[in-house]
Design a protein. Sequence first.
Length: 327
Amino acid sequence: MSGMVDYAVLNTGRKMPLIGLGTWKSESGKVKEAVQYALEAGYRHIDCAAVYGNEAEIGEALQEKLGPDKGVKREEVFVTSKLWNTLHHPEDVEPALLKTLGALKLDYLDLYLIHWPHAFQRGDTFFPKSEDGTLLYDHIDYKETWRAMEKLVEKGLVRAIGLSNFNSRQIDDVITIATIKPAVLQVECHPYLAQTELLAHCRARGLVMTAYSPLGSPDRAWKHPDEPVLLEEPFVKKLAEKYGKSPAQVILRWQVQRGVVTIPKSVTESRILQNIQVFDFTLADEEMQAMGSMNKNWRYIVPMITVDGKSVPRDAGHPHYPFNEPY
């Protein structure tokens, strides 16, 4: 990497690399090699979650690659994981983290996030359902969960804590009771969902934003046939040609240049390498603005279900569902 700044600084003072490897939807059997290759290619940030079902395999990769005699020290790599919706009750938080640490073969996490503000019914099933197939929810307040997250920092099990998929009001709600403030908000973010207001909101409160699905998540199961395709956007292709980069690299550059941590997922070596090669060029101010003005408030990642023949957001009826508000 060139001398450009390639990390964000958290409110804890710690550095968080601006590009990390995302592991959502990374198939078992492939994710171990992807993580190993990413570390060889210079990545120092891996984003995980219990619900992805692949933490044990990521743990194997970390165990083989990290250590005093293995070329990469544990403290050089920033590892994030997330607390799932069925584990929001305070007494479930530490056991959930310990399970993740066991799978990842780590003594601590650099960052632990509450995956979603709304909770599902407690238990061992990630998606608990009633007999008619509808999800079973729990209405515990995420502020209770937050207090349990803070204890993990106090015990030295995690270095920083944060939120994922929370809206601006929910972030403020957590901050009002927080002894340890959230360090990061991870949300879907790309030029079609630029999150400009939410980014400003985070900045004003000392949170770093992380963008998931930064390339529009082209491999989702529930793609809409006529949805816009980010990587085919003419302006992005034009910039790619100008800078001798790929459309994906232009989009990732836009994010890191505005200080947004970005976690593109790939299990393909050439793409993993390409995704981190975004620190050797700079977009002009007007190009940055033009990228941001492509915003359509288009959210790709909303779990949907079919009700009476119509596709509707699955969790929208939950009082803590985050996307019923503008940002």
